[in-house]
Write a protein that binds this ligand. Structure first.
Ligand code: PEP
Ligand code: MN
Length: 338
């Protein structure tokens, strides 16, 4: 349930309410919005406890949340969440955010070259897998620990924040200083132990939709992170498995519209994994803007034919640059800036 706090209630009244909620055995999650303050209340409810809360000063209304996800839903926060990545970059606000880079960090030279050109083309966040979740154990698994210092060196040079996938709970600590955003991959969307631990870190988390997960599954997975106290979750639509074989997955563009309606969390689209083909990426990127996405995750490579992972879907420097130029009019038409 959520407690809608009376407008004009002072700080002390809100604090008393939060204490009361906790003393009744619930976990309170206060959300201080622009227009209203609400307290999301998690725990086993009884009519008696609801009656007590209803008599408390500052309570305007108590409403039940019928959806299986509570804290990530629009009921507790009607305006969109804006998540700060750094002082200069935030996601969910007026600026449309493009995160770009190679699928996997392969070497200092490769990551530095790609990072430089994606920055020049206007990307605001670098991406690159250090730990790769591969379908086959015989395939390249990423540079792993060895990749961290070289990414740190490139970040220092380029000056942009960095998103990277955390595949295992044991790597959260290891990646903490290099990752400005932790990425949870499609294969780990329902790794509840990982989600719970990421709920305790002071970094934003980007949660990718599992390839066979429903929109409601994704929102409930996000709830695992938020319920632990980390509100900074970004949702990512990256294509789902369908009968179609022309593309690697099928981009569910309607998921963007649905997620934006049902949740206050920012939504980004990864057209690269959705289609698996470089020539299709720019068109899907534009579709994502039109559907109301807050940003994109794009794979790029300076020599896609030699890429260790996902070369076929990686944009070259010139195609990435052209895509960014073409995108700006679409972003503007959507009321945003690139
Ligand atoms: C990735 O972003 O490199 C990746 C592995 O994506 P996904 O988890 O969506 O397959
Ligand atoms: Mn990839």
């Amino acid at each position: 349930m959520v407690i809608i706090v009376e407008s004009g209630a002072d700080e002390e009244t809100v604090e008393n309410l939060i204490d009361k909620v906790a003393s009744l055995g619930f976990t309170p999650h206060p959300i201080y919005g622009v227009e209203k303050t609400v307290i999301a209340v998690v725990g086993e409810k009884t009519q008696e406890k609801i009656d007590i809360l209803e008599t408390m000063p500052g309570v305007q209304q108590i409403i039940p949340i019928l959806k299986p996800y509570k804290l990530v839903g629009r009921e507790v926060r009607s305006e969109p969440s804006v998540i700060d990545i750094t002082d200069a970059v935030s996601i969910g606000g007026d600026r449309f955010i493009v995160m770009a880079g190679p699928c996997a960090v392969e070497s200092y030279e490769q990551f530095s070259t790609i990072s430089q050109y994606v920055k020049n083309a206007g990307a605001q966040v670098l991406r690159g897998g250090i730990f790769k979740p591969r379908t086959s154990p015989h395939d390249f698994q990423g540079l792993r620990e060895e990749g961290i210092p070289l990414v740190e060196a490139v970040k220092e040079e380029i000056g942009l924040p960095f998103i990277t996938e955390v595949v295992d709970v044991r790597d959260i600590e290891l990646l903490h200083d290099v990752a400005d955003i932790y990425q949870v991959g499609a294969r780990n969307m329902q790794n509840f132990a990982l989600l719970t631990e990421l709920g305790k870190v002071d970094r934003p988390v980007m949660l990718k939709r599992g390839m066979s997960a429903t929109i409601e599954d994704l929102l409930q997975a996000a709830e695992y992170v938020v319920v632990e106290g980390n509100d900074d979750v970004i949702l990512c639509e990256r294509g789902i498995r369908t009968f179609e074989t022309c593309t690697r997955n099928t981009l569910d563009i309607s998921a963007v519209v649905a997620l934006k309606r049902f949740s206050h969390l920012p939504v980004v689209v990864d057209p690269s994994h959705a289609c698996g083909r470089d020539w299709m990426v720019p068109a899907l990127a534009k579709a994502a803007v039109a559907a109301g996405a807050d940003g994109l995750l794009i794979e790029t490579h300076d020599r896609p034919q030699e890429a260790q992972v996902d070369g076929a879907q990686s944009l070259t420097p010139s195609t990435f640059d052209r895509m960014m130029q073409d995108l700006s009019a679409f972003v503007e038409a959507a009321g945003r800036t690139l």
